[in-house]
Design a protein around this ligand. Sequence first.
Ligand code: GLC
Length: 522
Amino acid sequence: MDETPWWRDAVVYEIYVRSFADASGDGTGDLAGIRGRLPYLADLGVDAIWLTPFYPSPMADGGYDVADYRDVDPVFGSLADFDDLVADAHAHGLRLMVDIVPNHSSSAHPWFQKALAAPRGSQERDRYVFRDGRAPHGPGENGPGGTGGEPNNWLSTFGGPAWTRVPDGQWYLHLFAPEQPDFNWRNPEVREEFLDILRFWLDRGVDGFRIDVAMGLIKAEGLPDTGPGFRSASPMWSRPEVHDIYREWRRVLDAYPGTRVAIGEVWTDSAEDLARYVRPDELHQSFNFAWLEAPWSATAFRKVIDDTLRAVAAPTWVLSNHDVVRHRTRYGEGSLDPSAGLARARAALLSMLALPGSAYLYQGEELGLPEVIDLPPQARQDPVFKRSNGELPGRDGCRVPLPWSGTAPPYGFGDGGSWLPQPDDWAELTVERQAADTSSTLSFYRRALALRRDLRGTLPDAIEWVPAPGDALFFRRGPLTCAINCGEDPVRLPPHERVLLSSGPLAGADLPADTAAWLTDR
Ligand code: GLC
């Protein structure tokens, strides 16, 4: 019997709920839409789905501003829809994970509204991070966009100061948008509240949680000044006390029947810091964003793989998510060949799926969707775009609703258009079109995921590097050899009996540029 817990080598598919499938016809994806597409996900061959936030929210940050942690926003459906979705997902053999947003709530959350109405020093204010300002020292003293007087020099991840002033003169902290006030995780009431929220969703049958901004909950005592960035040594991120929170959470998860898991969204600059989140009594996994941040380069990929496998016992791999430029587009940047981006995206996927650990896919990558770079400014909704006055494009380009069928927008997404406009040339990228084409990216994903399932449980956890020429990487896991060519010239394939799958056509015994292959000795 295979004793490996399900999550260790699971393929998890991220559903950005607003953009997956719209059953109600209002232009925004919803839970009933997902339910109708479960057969598609089961056929694709993923093990689990992760839903981005669907809770009641003013949508200042696409739902990552939660006003009620125990309900469903009417735009996405109801709790009854959620229960139906869990039951159906399980019936399709799919596990279901939800996104939990503990670093901040929406400013519309009743607790924050009470905090605003209460005086400084009150219990209500202590659930968030309210501080008195400090005297302004001069122009620009508090960094770009600072108006002077903020309690410290921290900047919001979305641009501008991380502090907003309230009418009585105090300031509150928001590491993201002003509509997302940070909780005070040193307050026991906040801790209790989230344990209860976890239990609420566990009781409804979820298999796990994706923890938003998992490295941000605890801020350094005294809130000292810092420079910007996600450095593991910063007073905002990865403070040692954050681990106590996850130890408490782990005890809650372990008290439930079955194996319920938690994966942390941890942006950091060190694999060692990442590894601390996944000690045996803490989270099961943390996202490993290092590959997603690496350029198309064998040297860079090898470093990511080595650093990860050295430091992290339960590795994860991810190429795209709802916060970054789609990897097809990233890998195409700087290449003169217009087909390079997709070829590289397919090659990277095959390499990632050959590695020990679990893989996270982002909806639409199985269709080879590119980033939509020419969205009209008036359509863009990301606070990053708005807060930078349009200087930064923001993340809407990877959030365009999926094309399912037909030849014109909304391509079967729903009957009522789509909240972000879809490109006119996506007819050839629809699920319907690609399902009928054995050379499509969708067919390639299905084959790769099916093969990975066949190999599951038969491969060792360790990989072995095989010397490779040029800008190529070859590694073995037992009988499986994976070869990827990041260079410009073809390279000779390593010795093998059979080719199991390749991400593009092979040239006899050669592996062409921008291509990966799975080979076997048997
Ligand atoms: C995470 C989410 C992102 C969101 C931010 C604030 O990084 O993935 O979409 O904007 O947290 O909640």
